[in-house]
Design a protein around this ligand. Structure first.
Ligand code: ACO
Length: 324
């Protein structure tokens, strides 16, 4: 049994932080940021929280799908920046929207989070245990950024995106294949702590603060090798050629990564929509944010062959092929 996306929604904080604003905060320039990352601005939460952004995105996805909160079987939120560790952000969303019949839980797989959450929903629905799910990616990365570190503070933004998925009886429609993987031995390439660690306790992670730490060059190498491989596996499983894909909706980490993946797959950049210029890297929120934009603008159409792919901390990666 396949699953299909019936509705999308998203939410961005009101405050916009431009590259020019960042020039006043750290030793950087609009030109450096745009050239290396493709970003011009990003949204930063002030009064919004991960849970409030996730809730707004969820409500919009339900409205788009024409469903009531009472219809929802399952709520999965992908996040690595929830305000509290318990209760889960998904349980907060459940309470806010009144989805009393749903089971709700979070997944933390950093920037692969939305993909993994979608794949989890797909597996549940295929098993027959549940019929539908709200799958949400939501982050307030600004809460874990060291705003004095120019090598990371320019890269990230806040936001949330959501999809409502349900089982699909129609042959050849919905999600056709899913691939995923993890390289736990490379965890030190990209990490952050939830809180100050014991300074006397040795571990593999350098630095004892709660901010994002990243070896940008290693993340780049990982992404441009592992992601095309993972996408090719998902394409082969679905019996689809890269040349026949209408849209590749990738995690919006960095425009150079997306360009390198486009080259490796031999598919032109016109098939790789981007919104990174306006949102920055929003981790698990980036794919559903972009999907919502494509859906609402009509750029993604019924019958399109679409590849989704997420990758990031863990290290983790995943892809799925779907017929929209
Ligand atoms: N402004 C100006 N100069 C900067 C900035 C900045 N914001 N940040 C770093 N620099 C300087 C560095 O200090 C360095 O100076 P030096 O040569 O005097 O030492 C110089 O710019 C080059 O630094 P690099 O780190 O080598 O820059 P690079 O070209 O590799 O670009 C980047 C950095 C954009 C992070 C790149 O490594 C990259 O794209 N990595 C992929 C990782 C990524 O996108 N991560 C996102 C999060 S992970 C995820 O979502 C999967």
């Amino acid at each position: 049994m396949a699953i299909t996306i019936k509705g999308t929604g998203s939410s961005l904080p009101k405050k916009v932080l431009t590259n020019f604003d960042l020039e006043k905060m750290v030793d950087t320039s609009d030109a450096w940021i745009r050239e290396r990352t493709g970003m011009s601005e990003r949204h930063i939460a002030e009064n919004e929280t991960v849970a409030s952004l996730a809730t707004e995105a969820a409500k919009k996805a339900l409205a788009d799908a024409g469903k009531d909160a009472a219809d929802v079987d399952m709520i999965i939120v992908a996040t690595c920046t929830g305000e509290v560790m318990v209760p889960s952000t998904a349980c907060k969303v459940q309470a806010e929207i009144g989805a009393d019949n749903a089971v709700a839980f979070d997944i933390n797989s950093a920037c692969s989070g939305f993909l993994f959450a979608l794949q989890t929903a797909g597996a549940y629905i295929a098993s027959g245990m549940h019929k539908n799910a709200l799958v949400i990616g939501a982050e307030v990365l600004s809460s874990i950024i060291n705003w004095e570190d120019r090598s990371t503070c320019v890269l990230f933004g806040d936001g949330a995106g959501a999809v409502f998925v349900e089982n699909c009886e129609e042959e050849g429609r919905g999600i056709l294949s899913m691939a995923q993987g993890s390289s736990g031995s490379k965890g030190g390439v990209l990490y952050f702590r939830k809180r100050e660690a014991d300074p006397d306790k040795e571990d593999e992670y350098e630095g004892k603060d709660a901010f994002v730490h990243m070896n940008g060059a290693e993340v780049y190498k990982f992404a441009v090798r592992q992601v095309p491989e993972c996408i090719e596996k998902a394409l082969a499983d679905a019996g689809v050629k890269a040349a026949d894909v209408d849209l590749f909706v990738l995690h919006q980490a960095n425009i150079r990564i997306i360009e390198a993946i486009s080259k490796r797959l031999g598919a032109g950049m016109e098939h790789f929509p981007v919104n990174i210029d306006k949102t920055g890297n929003t981790s698990s929120a980036s794919i559903p944010l972009l999907l919502d934009e494509l859906n609402r603008s009509g750029r993604i159409k019924a019958g399109d062959t679409v590849v989704l792919s997420g990758f990031g901390g863990g290290l983790t990666y995943g892809a799925c092929v779907m017929k929209w």
